[in-house]
Design a protein around this ligand. Structure first.
Ligand SMILES: NC(=O)c1ccc[n+]([C@@H]2O[C@H](COP(=O)([O-])OP(=O)(O)OC[C@H]3O[C@@H](n4cnc5c(N)ncnc54)[C@H](O)[C@@H]3O)[C@@H](O)[C@H]2O)c1
Ligand SMILES: O=C(O)[C@H](O)[C@H](O)COP(=O)(O)O
Length: 380
């Protein structure tokens, strides 16, 4: 079989080498001519997979190593009889780590504790529900919204109006343009005006869920309003005015832990094996390396909030990604290329549960809160 794959999918050889011959191509510029003789197409979020790309090709299976599927025309795939697999939940832990690191900066900056914050979670799927569980066990007040979910399954839900009154509002919906509750520009000028004037908006879902020009106008009019953006309208063309005004800005890397990226490959491999009736011979655990940072130890002198911030940032320090992006974009004479290069060359990062945290036996509260945040707590 002939497999055409985005060059930025990790472990291509390890997972698919036995199944077929692999041709690696640049994802954003992929075109029909790259698919000559291909049976299988493996993509990331930057390739638009639709009739224009696939009509007249021999592709029979499409896999995307991502959670989001807004770049895939699934109606066309169905019409054309092409099988499809995505990677639901593959990097949900990484996105949760991103939001926790972002919140650690917000609590520092405001001089408050995590438990002083209320957080509105918009979209309670794989990411939103894991985030909710983490935050609630960290004693943060959560106001969750999801018109498609049953509170019996995902816990108490409130209206969007109510969630927008939270100190922090974080977006975890897919990007949708039709249906009963489309998310394109869900957060527009009107919704921004409903939020507290000193609220913080975090978007690590998809860029166009927030009307970026409305956000810019809102930030100009309300100096205390904060935004933390990982995803942008018109990516990879970032509006620098929006970026400069953000409290934190990152280049669509919220889900880019090594664990999350590799898991995306594994899930697509499993989908492909199922479609072709092949045995599943490869497992992610065979390829994940030992974490670079293995353990952080706390004494019984450390205040709980400080331990939480320190542990979160030992696992993932969002301020480094923010600094690298601002510096690179400021110096850039080609914003699109710079944005993509930041993503392609993203440094190694591991999920929070890979980090062991040593806590004295008598510090029960600290043990509970760190375990709730997802750390591998060890009594020392
Ligand atoms: N920045 C990143 O690196 C990154 C990484 C992973 C995922 N994402 C994005 O995050 C999105 C969410 O991921 P997920 O794994 O939780 O997806 P998911 O499909 O498991 O959950 C999405 C939830 O949003 C809900 N929803 C849909 N429309 C809504 C609306 N109008 N209002 C409120 N809720 C609504 C759905 O019912 C669902 O429960 C993905 O679709 C993807 O676009 C971004
Ligand atoms: O949807 C997802 O899984 C994420 O947005 C993913 O991390 C995007 O990464 P990309 O496919 O653009 O490399």
């Amino acid at each position: 079989m002939h497999i055409v794959a985005d060059e930025n999918i990790p472990l291509l050889n390890e997972f698919f080498g036995e199944i077929g011959e692999i041709t690696r191509v640049e994802g954003r510029s992929m075109s029909k001519s790259d698919l000559e003789g291909a049976d299988i197409l493996l993509v990331r979020s930057v390739t638009k997979v639709n009739r224009q790309l696939l009509e007249g090709t021999t592709v029979r299976f499409v896999g995307t190593a991502t959670i989001g599927t807004d770049h895939i025309d699934t109606d066309y795939l169905q019409e054309a009889g092409i099988a499809f697999a995505s990677a639901p939940g593959c990097n949900a832990q990484a996105v949760v780590d991103y939001v926790l690191s972002a919140l650690s900066v917000v609590v520092d900056e405001r001089g408050v504790q995590f438990s002083d914050l209320s957080v509105g979670i918009i979209g309670v799927g794989n990411v939103g529900s894991l985030l909710r569980a983490r935050l609630e066990s960290m004693r943060v007040t959560v106001l969750a919204v999801d018109p498609f979910r049953d509170p019996e399954e995902v816990g108490e839900l409130v209206s969007l109006d109510e969630a927008l009154t939270a100190d922090v509002v974080t977006l975890h919906t897919p990007l949708t343009k039709d249906g009963e509750h489309p998310t394109w520009h869900l957060i527009d000028a009107e919704r921004l005006a409903q939020m507290k004037t000193d609220a913080c908006l975090i978007n690590s879902g998809r860029g166009p869920v927030v009307d970026n020009q409305a956000l810019l106008a809102h930030m100009r009019a309300n100096r205390n309003f904060e935004a933390i953006l990982d995803v942008w309208e018109n990516e990879p063309e970032v509006d620098l005015d929006v970026m400069h005004r953000c409290l934190l800005a990152t280049p669509h890397i919220a889900g880019y832990s090594l664990d999350g990226k590799m898991r995306g490959t594994e899930y697509v491999y499993q989908g492909l094996c199922e479609f072709y009736g092949l045995p599943i011979r490869r497992k992610l655990a065979q390829f994940l390396p030992e974490p670079g940072v293995k353990r952080v130890n706390f004494s019984d002198q450390v205040p709980l909030n400080q331990a939480l911030r320190t542990a979160i940032r030992a696992a993932y320090e969002i301020r480094v990604d923010d600094g690298v992006m601002r510096t690179a974009m400021k110096r850039s004479d080609d914003l699109r290329a710079t944005f993509d290069a930041l993503r392609k060359n993203y440094p190694l990062r591991r999920d929070i549960p890979t980090l062991r945290v040593g806590v004295p036996a008598k510090c029960h509260d600290l043990q509970d809160v760190l375990a709730a945040a997802g750390f591998d707590v060890r009594i020392k």
